[in-house]
Design a protein around this ligand. Structure first.
Ligand code: IVH
Length: 668
């Protein structure tokens, strides 16, 4: 071999070695710069001496000439899709089916992260990558060999001296969250429409007819299965993964094996929040029967194998940027930061352009800045929620958000009490923003249920000066309403009828509608239960109110101060207008959706303190207990649940999320 040929071979070996350390073992030994120098030297060598170029040379990864279109290629073994489970119960059903078919043989499950990317097939002939294809319809896919060669981590040659004659690896090509954020920005900067998520951008990159473009996209691979093989016997999934690793494929490190489904479930659950810390997107986990002989016996339908199932995480997630943080003024004056997204993202079938950041404390804790790339999900598939900022994608131009010192609506000074999560506008009685949201809140279905009175109308009523407190609603005249924009006689009359009908909702809903700091729907119901008329409540001392379940001194103080301060006149006006001020008290505890049920709460809930949820349980007829036993009917599990959850699982007790609990008692 000539000196030059020797050097070329040496460079290829070095580059492959460092590539492997970087993409498979995750422990690079040289810097990116040193790596680039090696690659550059090889490129120059091959350019000057084309005869030195080999098909598995790492220089091939930069991409080649554009092609006219992709060839369709058949899969020797079909690329099946996979059944889905959305709950622990469905995983238990899957396990039951597996066991039944296998006649109760011991089963070992392999659990892998479900990487949210694009499935590919990589065929090696005598160790050399000869065909890379998409899944397509499962039977035939597109030949995207040239594009897949550009994916670092895809071995161009298997790392073995004795390769089998044919070996097909399957896996997921994906893009890291940080690369996605960066690339999507470049896409947007060129005036093209940005991609919704890393998976779409990955798919778009793999469909490029010019592989030089794909090469710039920094795609990565995790191999998770062996497809067609000749000359090699593999007997289990764990063995397959081990072989893939040995052959030089990146295999995800978070793979575990378990001998029973409860451990599988616990492992799946452990990823519910942790997955957001991964540098790439996952949309669930895949559970596979380990033993190939058992897999064979379980077989497949024409769509899916019966030996595997995907456990899907609840919410879809998307990545976007915070263009601006806007401040909304709530019904009690609380300033709520709201993130405006650019671009808006698609989540659970709707376009999401904004999400509340809740309060100053959350922004500080999560260190969210204007300009940050963020992960957005929909809580319970409804409410958009910013999970976290991608600090690793920062460029240094992001700005720390500061609350205004004056109310953005009325200009009154803003205060943040010692331990308050957010500042508040101090103009309680006069701030139009506060008033408007109090009216909206008052008119909501669960409170006074005034049909037709929403955001727009509330805004008009405030701006026109017709309504200064919620009580003023009951004194509106038809002529006044008809003076408002887009308000004809008919709609004015309809509104008056709706307001009239709302007089009968009862004390609990009325109290909930008054926007008393610290008194939501559940607390108002408890208050009305103890003091079933407004007169009884007005006669109560602070101490008596504090003694109501779920209250305590601070909440009691807030109620008392309202009733004997700004609320006094409002209540009088409401009374004069004929609004019902009593509650028909229902007998306690013997009825209700939770009657006779014992419930244990574990973990941190989003919407309730421990005390609040326990009060709610009592209010709906249930009993809150502190430890799980056979007598427990439900366990409500929040974030970071403790051993109680494990115990509940062992005992087969029904576990509820906060949402499910709210549904159970009819709050949703
Ligand atoms: S196994 C018959 N394992 O999920 C089972 N799929 O399968 C074949 N996916 O688009 C798939 N991570 O590309 C398997 N660790 C993993 C996976 C995984 C992601 C994707 C796969 C396919 C979808 C359903």
């Amino acid at each position: 071999m000539s000196k030059l040929a020797q050097r070329a071979a040496e460079l290829r070996r070095l580059i492959d070695h460092h590539n492997y350390l970087y993409y498979v073992e995750n422990r690079p030994e040289i810097s990116d710069k040193e790596f680039d120098l090696l690659l550059k030297e090889l490129e120059e060598l091959e350019a000057a001496h084309p005869e030195l170029r080999t098909p598995d040379s790492p220089t091939q990864r930069v991409g080649g000439q554009p092609i006219a279109g992709f060839k369709t290629v058949p899969h020797r073994v079909p690329m099946l899709s996979i059944g889905k489970a959305f709950s622990a119960a469905e995983l238990r059903e899957f396990d039951a089916r597996v066991r039944k078919t296998l006649g109760n043989q011991p089963v070992r499950y392999v659990v892998e992260l479900k990487i949210d990317g694009v499935a590919v097939s990589l065929m090696y002939t005598d160790g050399l990558l000869t065909l890379g294809a998409t899944r397509g319809n499962g039977k035939v896919g597109d030949d995207i060999t040239e594009n897949l060669k550009t994916v670092r981590g895809v071995p161009l040659r298997l790392r073995t001296d004795k390769p089998p004659p044919l070996f097909e690896a399957r896996g997921e090509v994906y893009m890291s969250k940080a690369d996605f954020a960066r690339l999507n920005e470049e896409v947007a900067a060129r005036g093209e429409s940005p991609y919704a998520n890393p998976r779409n951008l990955t798919a778009g990159s793999l469909k490029q007819l010019d592989s030089r473009i794909t090469a710039k996209r920094r795609l990565r691979l995790f191999a998770y299965a062996v497809g067609y093989v000749e000359g090699l016997a593999i007997s289990s999934q764990l063995e397959a993964l081990e072989l893939l690793r040995r052959y030089g494929f990146p295999v995800n490190p978070e793979i575990r094996a378990f001998d029973n489904i409860e451990e599988v479930i616990a492992y799946c659950d452990s990823w519910a929040e942790k997955r957001f810390d991964l540098p790439y997107e996952t949309d669930g986990l895949v559970i596979k029967v380990n033993d190939f002989e058992q897999q064979q016996r379980l077989g497949a339908t024409n769509k899916e194998p019966r030996w595997a199932i995907a456990y899907k995480f609840e919410a879809e997630q998307a990545i976007t940027k915070i263009r601006e943080i806007q401040v909304d003024v709530g019904k009690d004056g609380t300033l709520t930061p709201v993130a405006l997204f650019d671009p808006p993202v698609q989540l659970c079938g709707t376009t999401v352009s904004r999400a509340t950041l809740h309060n100053a404390a959350q922004i500080e804790r999560k260190d969210i800045r204007v300009g940050d790339s963020v992960i957005v999900v929909k809580r319970g598939e409804i409410i958009p929620y910013v999970v976290k900022a991608l600090h690793e994608a920062r460029k240094g131009t992001e700005k720390i958000f500061h609350f205004p010192t004056q109310c953005p609506v009325c200009g009154a000074p803003v205060v943040r009490e010692n331990d308050a999560p957010s500042p508040r506008c101090t103009a309680t009685a006069t701030c139009p923003a506060q008033l408007q949201s109090r009216i909206e809140s008052f008119a909501k279905r669960e409170r006074m249920d005034i049909e037709g009175l929403g955001e727009k109308l509330a805004e008009q009523l405030v701006a026109s000066g017709l309504v200064k407190t919620v009580a003023d609603l009951y004194y509106l005249k038809k002529e006044q309403l008809m003076g408002l924009e887009r308000m004809g006689e008919l709609s004015a009359q309809n509104l008056l009828d709706a307001i009239e009908a709302s007089k009968n909702r009862g004390l609990a809903r009325l109290l909930a509608g008054l926007s008393i700091y610290g008194v939501g729907d559940a607390m108002a119901a408890l208050l009305a239960q103890e003091f079933p008329s407004i007169d009884a409540l007005l006669a109560a001392s602070k101490e008596q109110i504090a003694a109501v379940k779920g209250f305590g001194p601070r909440r009691a103080e807030s109620v008392y101060n309202f009733l004997h301060g700004p609320g006094r006149k409002i209540i009088q006006d409401l009374r004069d207008a004929g609004v019902k001020m009593t509650e028909d008290v229902k007998p306690k505890a013997t009825s209700g959706p939770l009657a006779g049920k014992t419930i244990v709460v574990t973990g941190t809930l989003q919407n309730y303190s421990r005390k609040q949820i326990e009060d709610l349980i009592a209010q709906y007829g249930g009993k809150a207990a502190s430890s799980v036993s056979k007598k427990t009917d439900y366990v409500i599990a929040g974030d970071d649940p403790g051993s109680k959850l494990d115990k509940a699982r062992q005992l087969g007790i029904k576990v509820l999320t906060e949402d499910e609990f709210e549904k159970l008692i009819g709050l949703r």
